[in-house]
Design a protein around this ligand. Structure first.
Ligand code: SF4
Ligand code: SF4
Ligand code: SF4
Length: 207
């Protein structure tokens, strides 16, 4: 399979959270009880049953409040630190697929979950004691293997989430960065299969 990437332009995200719902729906992830925390941001964190969540980033700039919305999920790092750590215990527990997707397999049950959790520099995987599995976004490998878009990209109505060959996604991101101007930037960088465009570098402090 071609090397693919998810590209997210956070300047186009309206926090509708259709991507959160689509992820739960496609992967049949159960709903979780939440409570009003004085914010529209909900749920408060990723979990074994929430693999993508919209983080609300509120900033005050020149006397004006600015909201930006960041779809937090696995970066599908290339190479992934989680795979590097897992391979020291059990090869095949974490796979970097040719598509670019980083996949946790059933073999991960043979590794101390705390080792997996602490290996990720982005605090993404979550442990589920009921199944003894560690979960995170898998780039909808079951969809993209059949030529479909990831569920989150399929439902994003504003065009904030795109999916395609990584080279094409990098070109889209570069064009958008030039359009936005200033110090708009690519995050985390080219060595990943999830790519975000941020409107400015100050945003990096909030991610
Ligand atoms: S579906 Fe698109 S616009 Fe809606 S929250 Fe997700 S990324 Fe943002
Ligand atoms: S973000 Fe974390 S869990 Fe995802 S591939 Fe990178 S190291 Fe692994
Ligand atoms: S790519 Fe699939 S698994 Fe990952 S956040 Fe989107 S819908 Fe969820």
């Amino acid at each position: 399979m071609d090397n693919m990437a998810i590209y997210i332009d956070i300047t186009k995200c309206t926090a509708c959270r259709a991507c959160q719902v689509a992820c739960k729906s496609w992967h049949q992830l159960k709903a979780e009880q939440t409570r009003n925390r004085g914010s529209h941001e909900n749920p408060p964190d990723l979990s074994a049953h929430t693999w993508n969540r919209i983080r609300y980033i509120e900033r005050v700039k020149e006397g004006h409040i600015s909201w930006k919305f960041f779809s937090d999920r696995c970066r599908h790092c290339d190479p992934p630190d989680c795979q590097f750590m897992a391979d020291t215990y059990l090869e095949g527990a974490v796979i970097k697929d040719s598509s670019g997707a980083v996949i946790f397999t059933e073999k991960i049950k043979g590794i101390d979950p705390n080792e997996i959790l602490s290996s990720c520099p982005y605090n993404i995987p979550r442990y589920d004691p009921e199944t003894n599995m560690v979960f995170k976004c898998n780039m909808c490998i079951d969809r993209i293997s059949y030529g479909l878009q990831p569920a989150c990209a399929k439902v994003c109505s504003t065009g904030a989430i795109s999916f395609g060959k990584k080279d094409d996604m990098l070109k889209l991101a570069s064009t958008r960065i030039n359009q936005i101007g200033g110090d708009a930037t690519l995050y985390p960088g080219e060595g990943y299969n999830t790519l975000w465009v941020l409107p400015d570098k100050e945003m990096l402090k909030h991610i």
